[in-house]
Design a protein around this ligand. Structure first.
Ligand SMILES: NC(=O)c1ccc[n+]([C@@H]2O[C@H](COP(=O)([O-])OP(=O)(O)OC[C@H]3O[C@@H](n4cnc5c(N)ncnc54)[C@H](OP(=O)(O)O)[C@@H]3O)[C@@H](O)[C@H]2O)c1
Length: 281
């Protein structure tokens, strides 16, 4: 599994991690096995959130990483409705309890909300000082919102922006991804398979993915993931509740696409026009 520095933090993080949204809907024992299989493959960046299954997913992740905490780059998110100073501190404690750990590697504001960002970030700073979190960041922030966050936190305050990024939704490449690269802020792309809208096998894009996959002895999904982490500073967090899917996704972590593959994928899945803000799922 390829690792790269997580932005300015310098922490080596696998380019392909594991998402956990909706995992509470799947069979619990199988999900735990799947997450552990991902860890075995080096997919040690696990992304969760207090919102997922209203805490049930964090409990499930806690079960999966029990005894293996030190291997994991563990990320969770606070809901915007809990983003006041006091509530962030409380929400973090609750996440830590459900995850059965004493610290998070990364704590994110799930999306911009109405609580003053100054107070949210002050709470994150307090959590860093108290050793409850190593780094903090944001999610679903556009360039303007990132600039505001940076103005409050200073350079090397915000470690990451987690944003929607898949083959058919590349609009972050117009502005937010380059802005983050300039400030050495890691970009974690979420819903890399479009959250269930992966290009159909019979479509032109699906046929191209299959052809490239065949040439590499990989699968179309692994090709898509390798494309999504082709630039430095980019990470991806597919969600897979089935162990064979996890192994398939892990293969992207060593897959080297050729320049020709890249050009063909760029053409088949164009970046599209810039749009205001960042798209959200
Ligand atoms: N910050 C935010 O606002 C935000 C928003 C959305 C998502 N996220 C994060 O991003 C993660 C990923 O996004 P997502 O959950 O929306 O969906 P996704 O990763 O785009 O797609 C997940 C779907 O793809 C299937 N799948 C995964 N690997 C596969 C494979 N190798 N072959 C065939 N099917 C495969 C999964 O099936 P199985 O489960 O059956 O394996 C599931 O149905 C989330 O879990 C969450 O951690 C963050």
């Amino acid at each position: 599994m390829k690792r790269r520095p997580f932005g300015w933090t310098g922490v080596p993080v696998p380019v392909v991690g594991q998402g956990t949204w909706n995992l509470e809907r799947d069979e619990r024992a199988r999900v735990v096995v799947a997450l552990r299989a991902g860890l075995d493959q080096g997919m040690t960046h696990i992304d969760t959130a207090e919102m997922y299954g209203s805490g049930v997913v964090e409990e499930l992740v806690g079960e999966a990483i029990a005894g293996r905490r030190d291997e994991v780059f563990l990320a969770s998110k606070v809901l915007p409705s809990n983003a006041s100073f006091e509530r962030v501190l409380r929400a973090c404690e609750a996440s830590l309890r459900r995850l059965r750990t004493d610290r998070l590697d990364l704590y994110l504001l799930h999306w911009p909300g109405t609580h003053p960002l100054e107070r949210t970030l002050a709470a994150f700073e307090r959590l860093v000082r108290d050793g409850k979190i190593r780094f903090y960041g944001v999610s679903n922030f556009d360039v303007e919102e990132m600039a505001r966050a940076l103005a409050i936190a200073g350079e090397r305050g915000i470690a990451c922006n987690q944003v929607l990024y898949h083959l058919q939704e590349r609009s972050i490449e117009h502005a937010v991804a380059t802005w983050c690269a300039e400030h050495e802020i890691a970009v974690v792309g979420y819903s890399p398979f479009g959250s269930g809208r992966f290009p159909a096998a019979g479509s032109a894009g699906g046929r191209l993915l299959a052809a490239i996959a065949r040439a590499h002895g990989a699968t179309p999904r692994a090709v898509a993931l390798a494309f999504l982490v082709r630039l430095p500073g980019l990470f991806t967090i597919p969600k897979a509740s089935r162990p064979p899917h996890v192994l398939d996704n892990a293969a992207a972590g060593t897959l080297e696409l050729t320049d020709d593959d890249m050009v063909r994928l760029e053409t088949a899945f164009p970046r599209g026009r810039p749009r205001a803000g960042v798209p959200m799922l």
